[in-house]
Design a protein around this ligand. Structure first.
Ligand SMILES: [Zn+2]
Length: 231
């Protein structure tokens, strides 16, 4: 993949069925690290569409950007949620049975992020953010998305009403589901981060948007907004 080499380094950290997983790292020295995971579900292309714009818009000198893209290269090529062996990578953060989850874990260990954003999409109307318990100031981040022209969801993709549009804190019911999943060896990145004391936002853009720039917009704006508050 091509990046502005004055500002970013890019490395291939793994190859799955012949398809590379890249890590892009900003070069400027910085105290804080923001880890962005793009395309862990291959049938949610908005985050991957946003990658060039995220890099072009990146202007933080006080935060280091580290972006894994695509986390699921086979799924991205085939348009499938799962990887080439039928695994949902975003349930593999206990067992690490997949090379893709191991690549994310290795990068996580290497850079020790201060904040994680995972870029997803769902069928709901408008965009919203799942938050783990370490995320603070989410309402202001939702305001930043709205200011950029993103429509904020008033319900998540389960149909639950969001008290603050665009913001879905983890509910007690979701925590029960997380614990049950962990018992059978399934864990998503948001829980992996929570268990490490690291704030993570799972951004769910809307698959209902056809215009590519509009579809990428919440992903671009959220990365920039988190960089502003993280410094
Ligand atoms: Zn997803």
């Amino acid at each position: 993949m091509k990046v502005d080499e004055d500002r970013f380094g890019v490395a291939e950290v793994a190859r799955v069925e012949g398809r590379p997983i890249h890590v892009v790292r900003s070069k400027a020295d910085a105290a804080k690290t923001l880890l962005v995971l793009a395309g862990i579900h291959g049938d949610e292309p908005g985050g991957l569409l946003a990658v060039p714009s995220i890099l072009a818009a990146w202007d933080s000198a006080s935060v280091r950007l580290v972006m894994v893209t695509p986390v699921n290269p086979v799924g991205a090529a085939k348009g499938t949620r799962v990887n080439g062996t039928g695994h949902d990578i975003n349930r593999d953060f206990i067992r690490f049975a997949t090379p893709e989850a191991r690549a994310v874990r290795d990068e996580y260990d290497r850079v020790r992020p201060d904040f994680v954003i995972s870029l997803h999409e769902g069928p709901q109307r408008g965009a919203f953010m799942f938050l783990n318990r370490h995320v603070i100031g989410a309402a202001a981040l939702a305001d930043a998305l709205a200011a950029g022209g993103t429509v904020l969801a008033t319900r998540d993709y389960f149909g639950r009403r969001l008290r603050t549009p665009g913001v879905a804190p983890v509910s007690p019911m979701t925590r029960v589901v997380w614990r049950a999943g962990a018992l059978i060896g399934k864990m998503a990145t948001i829980t992996y981060s929570e268990n490490r004391g690291v704030p993570e936002i799972v951004l769910e853009g809307s698959t209902r948007i056809e215009d590519e720039a509009a579809r990428a917009r919440p992903h671009v704006d959220l990365v920039a907004a988190v960089a502003r508050v993280l410094k």
